[in-house]
Design a binder for this molecule. Structure first.
Ligand code: FE2
Ligand code: FE2
Length: 96
């Protein structure tokens, strides 16, 4: 069951990144390539953590693993996405 949760989480995150990159491309965000690389790095880290967590039967450590996975997504929102917030606001893209 947890393995499925990890997989679903990674799929949802990948979908979020893809949608975000489409918006950044459409709004001509000048640092889109750096942000794409950042997303790829987060997905790779999430996959590595997920693989590490597979076959884990200890419930406490499994929860810790899931927290780590969630942290990758929070890092995108808190650290990465703040960088283009003003670009979308200044170009009027945020209010579309
Ligand atoms: Fe994001
Ligand atoms: Fe992002």
């Amino acid at each position: 069951m947890c393995e499925n949760l990890f997989i679903t989480f990674q799929e949802q995150t990948a979908r979020h990144f893809k949608t975000e990159e489409l918006i950044l491309a459409e709004s001509n965000y000048p640092e889109i390539e750096e942000h794409r690389i950042y997303h790829k790095k987060l997905l790779l880290m999430a996959r590595e953590t997920s693989e590490k967590c597979q076959n884990m039967i200890d419930k406490v450590n499994l929860l810790k693993c899931f927290d780590e996975l969630i942290q990758f997504f929070i890092d995108d929102v808190v650290s990465g996405d703040l960088a283009y917030k003003y670009h979308l606001q200044n170009t009027g893209f945020a209010s579309r």
